[in-house]
Ligand binder design. Structure first.
Ligand code: GLA
Length: 381
């Protein structure tokens, strides 16, 4: 927070009006369910993207400096068309664009951005940036945008301006999560429930292992998964795969013409069920009992949804062999992170076992940290 405030002062020669922040996330369970109008259960990381900002007068223009890139980008209304700005500044301009498209009078502003959310690790650094900027601009302009409506607006920036066809999970996590809770979100209705997640109290920790595996084919593959799901839903006569209850799965699978869509549908239907079961176990105080559900989710993402890579599979498998109660990839897949539910005394040994296994296979050394559920987007000063 101090660094970004100082950065603002240095770049623009005056202090900003305030500092805002939004977090990265891990998803505990519920993967590739959001765009199928199903359930997700993310929690916010204590790692955040910080934005210092101040209004400018005159015709609206925007200047944004990034500490990571040590670069300033300036844009005006003429740049606000989908794809009009690319790279990191596209996420910022996308938010201004989405606000204006929704009819908001966005004030001209200067912004400084700093972040400790790892980029490209599948921890939603882009949603953190979008949501930190959105929260800052809403406050600066006194815009009447209720908190529950903000995730969809930030998602619009990503879908419509940046051009990534993501679902609503990441922006919802960045905006709606609360410290010490996971967010049980119904992605169709937007209904959100805060589920207490007292891992330390249960003698547990969530170990996040960043495999550092390069994203391969990720964009096209993600869009392809979406399309397959949408076509399967249409073929089965439902609005979205969310509408298939587990009891209907055998009949649905029998009705589908090809193996690929059968696999995708089986993943989505069983994953939605695992989310509900995870929430039930957490509510009943059985945090350790969610371990097998995490592992089943990974197997389904590996075998049926086919979005893992060898690094993700090895990390999940070795973590379990080393004593984790369950482990799974988190986020979109094709690289990124694995989360492992471990006893709080086993963090180092599980991380060491995965590091060793990666070295033995010639993979890049993984990074790791322990994740505790932090707060969602907020003004800090
Ligand atoms: C990415 C997307 C999310 C979600 C996950 C998979 O993180 O941005 O909307 O679809 O993949 O669960």
């Amino acid at each position: 927070m101090d660094a970004v405030a100082k950065g603002f002062h240095k770049v623009y020669g005056e202090p900003g009006a305030g500092v805002w922040a939004a977090p990265g996330r891990v998803n505990l369970i519920g993967e590739h369910t959001d765009y199928n109008e199903g359930y997700v259960l993310p929690f916010a990381l204590p790692r955040r993207t910080y934005v210092a900002a101040g209004r400018t007068g005159g015709a609206p223009r925007w200047q944004v400096w990034s500490a990571q890139m040590d670069q300033t980008v300036e844009f005006g209304p003429e740049d606000l068309r989908p794809g009009g700005l690319t790279g990191w500044a596209g996420y910022v301009a996308g938010v201004v664009w989405a606000l204006r498209e929704a009819g908001y009078d966005v004030p001209g502003a200067r912004l400084a951005v700093d972040s400790d959310v790892p980029v490209g690790a599948g921890l939603s650094s882009s949603a953190a940036l979008e949501c930190a900027v959105l929260t800052a601009l809403v406050d600066l302009g006194g815009l009447d945008l209720p908190v529950p409506s903000r995730p969809a607006l930030a998602q619009r920036a990503e879908n419509g301006f940046v051009g990534v066809p993501s679902g609503i999970m990441d922006q919802s996590a960045a905006i709606l999560c609360q410290a010490e809770h996971a967010l049980f979100l119904d992605c169709r209705t937007g209904q959100a429930e805060q589920v207490p997640l007292d891992l330390a109290g249960a003698g547990l920790a969530v170990l996040v292992i960043d495999t550092r595996a390069p994203h391969r084919l990720a964009d096209g593959e993600y869009a392809a998964r979406r399309t397959t799901c949408e076509r399967a839903a249409a073929a089965l006569g439902v609005t979205a795969l969310r509408d298939l209850e587990p009891a209907r799965l055998p009949a649905a699978l029998a009705a589908l013409p090809d193996d690929l869509s059968r696999r995708r549908v089986r993943h989505v239907v069983t994953e939605n069920q695992r989310v509900r079961e995870t929430v039930a176990r957490l509510r009943s105080g059985d945090a350790r009992g969610i371990g097998p559900l995490l592992s089943a989710s990974h197997a389904s993402l590996r075998d049926d949804y086919q979005v893992t890579v060898p690094e993700l599979d090895v990390a999940a498998e070795v973590a379990e062999q080393a004593g984790a109660f369950g482990a799974r990839m988190t986020g979109g897949g094709f690289g990124g992170c694995v989360i492992a539910l471990v006893g709080d005394g086993a963090v180092d040994s599980v991380a060491a076992a995965v590091t060793e296994a990666f070295a033995a296979r010639g993979f890049a050394a993984p990074a790791w940290f322990v994740a505790t559920p932090g707060p969602g987007a907020t003004r800090l000063r």
